[in-house]
Structure formats: structure tokens, C-alpha cells
Design a protein around this ligand. Structure first.
Ligand SMILES: O=C(O)CCC(=O)C(=O)O
Length: 267
């Protein structure tokens, strides 16, 4: 759980770095699952360091990754920040290539939540650590950046930011509305995330989350695997009977996830 100070840090600046969340033996397993799943997901187009690879990690072939969304080390923190009805959405894995430009992870200030990001190698200012603009999850700063950053044609490092250096085992938790980027990463940066959404309650929040659900139908296609589901059928079937997961699945379904129109967005 976060201390009161850490909660305040997250609320004020939009992020907090948590140290040594994963044990060394877990890191070995995470690496093994990461490598295995990436290889099988991209057997048609093996990684060559030119294009980012991405895959969801909720299937039976990656049991440790699949357990992370319900792991109290992450889920407990998400609930602390956004309430006990926070929705666990996805665990995923990335092989990043080079710099990542400045962006938030949501299209609307009304759609928010927390992303837990962790890297399988040490990262710092010159090797692809996450950079964040503290306070950019809040208005009016968030929208000011939306209008200025694209028009300023800045390099990633020209923007004043905090660098979240981390070692394997550390986790960076950040609000999905926070502007973030990275610089200097190798051409094969192993980065993993677990994402939780605030359970929307206002009209604007519900509408923005429905839009997010609709857009999610397209994600696998954007990463070159149009046939792959984002949500592993085994995870959705919830054969293990997790009450928490079932609550998430029911709410996601109400919000338009797993629907025919979301599926159709893949076309
Ligand atoms: O690690 C990076 O390069 C960027 C990560 C990122 O943008 C994200 O997780 O949304």
C-alpha cells in the first residue's frame, strides 16, 4: 500500500515510483514469460529493432503476468487511489524502439486511472527511462500541453520533465492523463504495464470510457496482428472464478467491451 506521502505525491504530481515491488525470482519468471509470449505473438514478423512490438499478457501461457492485475501489490494501490470499484483492464508487454514522443494515455480528461509500468532492464535519463511532466494530469495544464506540445516541434529532452530512473523490480505508477515520454532507449527495451481504470460515474466519464472501449477493438491491428484478441478468452471466461475479475468483466461489458461493435472496429 502507498503511504500517505506517496498518495499525496501521486495526487499532486500524477505519479510515484515504487521500489523493489518484484522479487528477483519473479523477475526471472517475468523475463521468461515476456520472451516466450513475444516470440509466439510475432512468429510471423520476428523483432528486428525497427518497430515496436506489443502484446497483451493475460493468457494461460503467461501465468505470472496474468496474475498481476489481481495482485494486491498493484490492485491494492489502484484501489487506494481510485476506490474499491477500480477496473483492472490489461497487463501487457512491449519491446520499445528508440524515443517515445510526449503524450498522455487517454483521449479525454474524463477517462483516467493508473498505469503501473516496469522495465526488465535498468533505465535512466539516457537509456529510455520514463519522463513525466509533473502536474500535467490536471487542468488547465493538461490541455495547455495538448495545444502547445505538437506545435512546438521540440525534441523529447527539450521539455522540462522528471526522469523516473528505475531498476528491475521497481514500478512507476502514473495517472493515465499525465504527459509522458522517453529518450535514449535501446532498440529493444522490455517494458511491461498493468492498467486500471477509474469506474466512470458521471455522464462525461461514462461516455469517454465507452469511446476508449470502442477504440480498444483496434489495438491488435495497429500492432500488426488483426486476428489476435486483446482480452484472452481464458481471462474473459474467468474459469478460476475470481470475484474481483468478474466484477471488472461485468462493468467492462456494460461499458461496451467485448461487444459486437467493439469487435467490428477491428476491421
Ligand atoms: O517507455 C516508453 O518509451 C514509453 C512508455 C509509454 O509511453 C507508455 O507506457 O504509455
Amino acid at each position: 500500500m502507498l503511504t500517505e506521502n506517496e498518495c499525496l505525491h501521486f495526487e499532486t504530481f500524477g505519479f510515484v515510483v515504487l521500489h523493489r515491488i518484484f522479487e528477483p525470482d519473479e523477475l526471472v519468471k517475468l523475463r521468461r514469460e515476456f520472451d516466450g509470449r513475444m516470440t509466439s505473438a510475432y512468429s510471423h514478423a520476428p523483432f528486428d529493432g525497427t518497430v515496436r512490438h506489443w502484446t497483451p499478457m493475460l493468457g494461460t501461457s503467461t501465468p505470472l503476468f496474468s496474475s498481476l492485475l489481481e495482485d494486491s501489490r498493484l490492485c491494492g494501490v489502484a484501489e487506494q487511489l481510485y476506490g474499491s470499484d477500480v477496473i483492472g483492464i490489461i497487463a501487457d508487454a512491449n519491446r520499445y524502439v528508440g524515443d517515445t514522443k510526449w503524450h498522455p494515455d487517454t483521449g479525454s480528461i474524463h477517462q483516467f486511472g493508473v498505469k503501473f509500468a516496469f522495465y526488465l532492464e535498468p533505465v535512466d535519463a539516457e537509456s529510455g527511462a520514463l519522463r513525466v511532466i509533473p502536474g500535467s494530469h490536471r487542468q488547465p495544464f493538461h490541455d495547455q500541453l495538448k495545444s502547445t506540445i505538437p506545435s512546438l516541434s521540440l525534441d523529447v529532452t527539450d521539455v522540462p520533465a522528471h526522469v523516473c530512473a528505475s531498476s528491475p523490480g521497481d514500478v512507476v505508477a502514473f495517472d493515465l492523463r499525465l504527459w509522458h515520454a522517453s529518450h535514449g532507449g535501446s532498440d529493444d527495451r522490455a517494458m511491461c504495464t498493468c492498467v486500471y481504470y477509474n469506474n466512470p460515474s458521471t455522464v462525461e466519464e461514462i461516455e469517454a470510457t465507452r469511446k476508449q472501449a470502442e477504440n480498444s477493438g483496434n489495438t491488435s491491428a495497429q500492432f500488426g496482428r488483426p486476428e489476435d484478441p486483446i482480452f484472452d478468452p481464458d481471462w474473459v471466461a474467468n474459469r478460476v472464478g475470481s470475484a474481483k475479475r468478474q466484477q471488472w468483466l461485468d462493468r467492462m461489458r456494460e461499458l461496451g467491451y467485448f461487444s459486437a461493435s467493439t469487435e467490428a472496429a477491428k476491421q
